[in-house]
Design a protein around this ligand. Structure first.
Ligand code: IMP
Ligand code: MG
Length: 446
């Protein structure tokens, strides 16, 4: 079997969690490679609804090894909360969850630093999830970060933490006018939490490379999305890690030639949480309708998501920077009631036409989307599992997108439940997922 990366094509919340969950049966190992508990995905299985932030959703499938790679930043309290919820729901975490010893930690004072930084930006604030993610990656790059494994050596951990907090306190007090942090308190707390986490901590790169050498297959699960990537996203309105497919190698510790393919996940429309340019945003009743029908409220922060039409420039950009093999389109059913559906095919800017997603934030802020209007099917597609059962106009819509992007659409999501999914016979699916029985079996079991 293959080693496949799943990546978000937009600004996160594309429904990657559901697609990962749907495909998990084909893989032995599921690995997260970046981000932290800023991510959030909801997985519905039967009556049960799980919101996972840090732990790969593969954990809901018994016997799958779930990896949190070195590229992920860890807040021990958030991690333990998530483990607790899973245990209470009867999910076996021990023996299935493995966390990289190289993961960088998030501390409570990182949230304070983030608060100070966001407030000092005034109207240019990023609109982060305020989980301390940015400061954790910042200190990692500044080489003053503290890793999970450091807690194994309490005196070294203490020394590093005190240095780290002393720097933080000077920023907090003099720049942000916030209260300083008590280093001793945090030190004691983290050292008391470590024994609860220690059992999950391993060299995950070694684990994955050994698994691959034995012929096991790995599903790499990206968090956020291409346009939130620190290098390729709509900087500075991005997260602090490499959400693109390339991040999978650095974030887990595998070589690029191990990867067999990349699947991009996109909604049939677009959403964005937090600030920053969003060319196809609809600040009108159509946007409201997408928001309501799509239940577009952040699963981490509860913030309403901004909504807009599908943007082919965003999609093509994502196809390029991730070299996508295939696309999963989610939330088709959200469009069911619309009389007309628009798809942005180009931007207009100062009298000219832009066809490639631009890097200048001031251009993105000013462009006008040029849209093609397609006829809505105005019939329910909710829960359809067979492509042939889709209304002809829905098929036309899907074909239009696939032709426009010159890329196969291999998975279509028609509802929040695991089984509300269509798997299309495409070259990529037929190459790597030949035994599709795994998927239908999964559907029936739930
Ligand atoms: P941070 O990741 O908390 O630093 O937030 C930076 C930006 O990324 C903000 O616009 C957040 O709303 C956005 N963001 C972070 N994680 C997610 C996610 O999982 N889904 C959608 N947006 C996210
Ligand atoms: Mg999410």
């Amino acid at each position: 079997m293959a080693n496949i990366i799943i990546v978000g094509m937009q600004w996160g919340d594309e429904g990657k969690g559901k697609i990962v969950d749907y495909l998990t049966d084909f893989f032995d190992v599921i690995a997260r490679y970046q981000g932290g508990h800023n991510a959030g995905h909801t997985v519905n299985i039967g009556e049960k609804k799980f919101i996972l932030h840090l732990i790969p959703s593969g954990i809901l499938h018994p016997g799958k090894a779930c990896i949190i790679g070195n590229g992920v930043v860890i807040d021990p309290e958030a991690l333990l909360d998530e483990i607790k919820v899973l245990r209470q729901a009867g999910v076996k975490v021990e023996g299935n969850l493995f966390i990289s010893s190289r993961c960088h930690l998030i501390f409570p004072h990182y949230r304070q630093l983030e608060k100070g930084s966001e407030e000092s930006r005034g109207e240019h604030k990023i609109g982060t999830t305020c989980r301390g993610i940015g400061p954790s990656y910042q200190t990692k790059m500044a080489r003053s970060g503290i890793r999970l494994i450091d807690m194994e050596n309490p005196s070294l951990f203490r020394e590093k933490l005190f240095r780290n907090i002393s720097e933080a306190n000077s920023l907090l007090e003099s720049l942000y006018h916030l209260d300083p942090i008590d280093a001793e308190e945090i030190c004691q707390k983290y050292l008391s939490l470590y024994p609860l986490i220690k059992g999950f901590v391993i060299d995950t790169s070694l684990f994955i490379n050994n698994a691959m050498a034995q012929g096991k297959s790995v599903l790499f699960e990206g968090a956020q999305g291409t346009n939130l990537d620190i290098d390729h996203g709509t900087y500075p309105y991005v997260t602090s890690s490499n959400a693109v497919a390339g991040g999978a190698c650095t974030g887990v510790g595998v070589g690029p030639t191990r990867i067999d393919g990349v699947i991009g996940v996109s909604k049939c429309y677009t959403t964005r949480v937090g600030r920053g340019p969003f060319p196809t945003e609809l600040v009108n009743k159509e946007g409201k309708l997408l928001q309501e029908r799509g239940c577009e409220y952040g699963s981490t922060t509860g913030r309403p998501r901004r909504c807009g039409w599908f943007d082919a420039l965003v999609a093509r950009y994502s196809i390029r920077v991730n070299n996508l093999d295939s696309i999963a389109l989610t939330k088709l059913d959200v469009l069911d009631t619309l009389e007309e559906i628009k798809v942005c095919t180009a931007y207009r800017y100062k009298g000219g036409i832009i066809k490639e997603f631009p890097s200048e934030e001031w251009v993105l802020e000013e462009v006008t989307p040029q849209c093609r209007t397609l006829k809505g099917w105005q019939r329910s597609t909710l829960g359809i599992t067979d492509y042939d059962d889709l209304p002809q106009l829905a098929k036309d819509y899907l074909k239009f997108i696939s032709d426009l992007l010159e890329k196969e659409v291999s998975i279509i999501s028609t509802g929040a439940e695991r089984e509300e999914t269509i798997l299309v016979d495409t070259p990529f699916i037929n190459k790597w997922f030949k035994d599709k029985r795994g998927i239908s079996r999964q559907g029936r079991e739930t």
